[in-house]
Design a protein around this ligand. Structure first.
Ligand SMILES: [Zn+2]
Length: 338
């Protein structure tokens, strides 16, 4: 059995860094332990609550700051707004991601088969994460200092995209294939947010996890797709460890072999490609990435970054040959020869 960890939007490596820099704040260690317990159980087939095959309907529950899942019914498809901002945002962003997948890729919900979009908000106390467990989403409220919310469009998009990858390429969550898995979630999360706010590629922030840090934290977001390594630099958090070039690939064993670190390399290739193409990133650029991860001509579960780059070139040649020079330049500029 593999010993890799499964993560929510906040990687265990970041929570460990936070814990080591603020040993009095136990919320980070508690978040790691709780997340690992739930996700390991889910992967071992012990999800204790099951939902019927669905009609791509939203079902948002409220844990009311307990750790009981799924919690009490808060807002289901068609229900009126609750007045709780977190619940209503979760309802809106889950629905937005569902509509984005359908409109752009003809994909029905997360699994392609209309599964209901189930989410639980207000999970636990000082719980510093949000995660997809294979059946549903769970969102903590954060500790109120480092993290203030996890219900944002690109966090929702990122996590639900892990479900898409699970059902399609199944990219193995370690090493370079894991970095590609992470990167695809960032690509879909960013494209969903840009689609939602009608932003062209040159106007987009390309930030993942913007709006989740409290006001005292020196950081814009968890990651910057366009400038990996520059998202944050704070005494409580350390510095963004992402490389922006393959020559600086992280080769250590932390973070499942750098899944949230090396994702900076394909992230930058996507963002620079989308800006070079111009217009909306969710059109040709996202369609090439979708085909390469989730379409008929997709990579296998153990693909490395070079394999994925070659697959995007192959799909670009078939789908949008006019964009081939920009795609090749984007990969070559991050040190991946195609
Ligand atoms: Zn992720």
């Amino acid at each position: 059995m593999s010993t890799r960890n499964f993560d929510g939007i906040i990687p265990s490596s970041m929570l460990l860094e936070l814990a080591s820099r603020s040993p009095d704040n136990l919320s980070h260690i508690e978040t790691i332990l709780r997340t690992q317990k739930i996700l390991q159980a889910a992967r071992n087939g012990h999800i204790r609550f099951k939902f019927a095959a669905g009609k791509a309907e939203r079902q948002i529950y409220d844990a009311k700051n307990t750790t009981r899942l799924p919690g009490t019914r808060a807002r289901f498809e068609g229900d009126a707004a609750t007045g709780d901002k977190t619940t209503d945002n979760a309802y809106d962003y889950h629905g937005g991601m569902r509509d984005f997948l359908k409109a752009e890729f003809g994909w029905n919900s997360i699994d392609g088969n209309g599964m209901n979009l189930v989410g639980t908000v207000h999970y636990g106390r000082n719980y510093n994460n949000a995660f997809w467990n294979g059946a549903s989403m769970t969102y903590g409220d954060g500790d109120g200092v480092i993290f203030i919310t996890f219900v944002t469009p690109n966090v929702v998009g990122h996590e639900l995209a892990h479900g898409v990858t699970e059902k399609t390429s199944g990219l193995d969550y370690q090493g370079e294939s894991g970095a590609l898995n992470e990167s695809f979630s960032d690509v879909l999360g960013a494209c969903y947010e840009q689609w939602l706010f009608k932003q062209t590629a040159d106007k987009a922030s390309w930030l993942i996890g913007s709006g989740i840090f409290g006001p005292t934290i020196k950081g814009k977001a968890l990651r910057s797709m366009i400038a990996p390594g520059t998202a944050y630099n704070d005494p409580k958090l350390g510095k963004d460890p992402q490389p922006d070039h393959y020559s600086k690939l992280y080769r250590g064993s932390g973070d499942n072999g750098g899944v949230h670190i090396n994702s900076g390399i394909p992230n930058k290739a996507f963002a620079t490609f989308a800006i070079a193409v111009g217009g909306n990133a969710w059109e040709a650029p996202a369609h090439i990435w979708w085909e390469s991860n989730s379409g008929k001509n997709r990579v296998g579960s153990t693909a490395n970054i070079a394999d994925f780059a070659k697959k995007t070139v192959d799909n670009c040649t078939k789908m949008f040959p006019q964009h081939l020079p920009a795609l090749k330049k984007a990969w070559n500029d991050v040190g991946v020869a195609v």
